[in-house]
Design a protein around this ligand. Sequence first.
Ligand code: CMP
Length: 150
Amino acid sequence: MVIIKPDAVNRALVGEILHRFEGKGLKIIGMKMEHLTPYTLKQHYAHHQNKEFFEELINYMSSIPSILLVLEGKEVIIVVRKMIGGTLGREADPGTIRGDLSVSNQANLIHASSTPEEAREEIKRFFKEEELYNYNKMNFDWIYTKKEKE
Ligand code: CMP
C-alpha cells in the first residue's frame, strides 16, 4: 500500500513516481485520488500520536488530495521500500524517490507499508474490495521467471 502524498501532488511528481513503479515491473492493482480526512489519518498514523510532529503531519497529509496505490509483485514491500529510500529526504540514498526528489523529513513525497501485516491493515483502511483489480499483466512473463511467478 502506497500513498503518493500531497507534496508530490502539488509538485507534479505523481507521473514520475508512477513511472518508476511501472518501470520496475510492479503491477498496479488499485489506484485512486482521495482527499484524506484527519479522522482516517489519525488512525493511519496512530503509532506517531505522541510525536511532537503529529499535528503538523495530519495537517500536511489532509491539506490536498493524495494518490492511493496498491502494488503487487514478488517481495513487493521490500522492493518498494528500497525504491523509496529513508524517511529523511536529505539523507535518503541517491537513486531512491526520496533521495532524488525530496529534502524534508515531513514532506517526503510518499508512504509505503513496511510489513505484510501493516499492508493488509492499510489496504483495508483505504480500499474497498471492489476497488482492487485482479487481471493478467501481460509483461509479467518478461519480468519474472516461471519459478518466480509461483
Ligand atoms: P511516513 O513514511 O508516511 O511515516 C510517518 C511520517 O511522518 C513520515 O513519512 C513523514 O512524513 C513524517 N515524519 C517523520 N519524521 C518526522 C519529523 N521528524 N518531523 C516531521 N515529520 C516527520
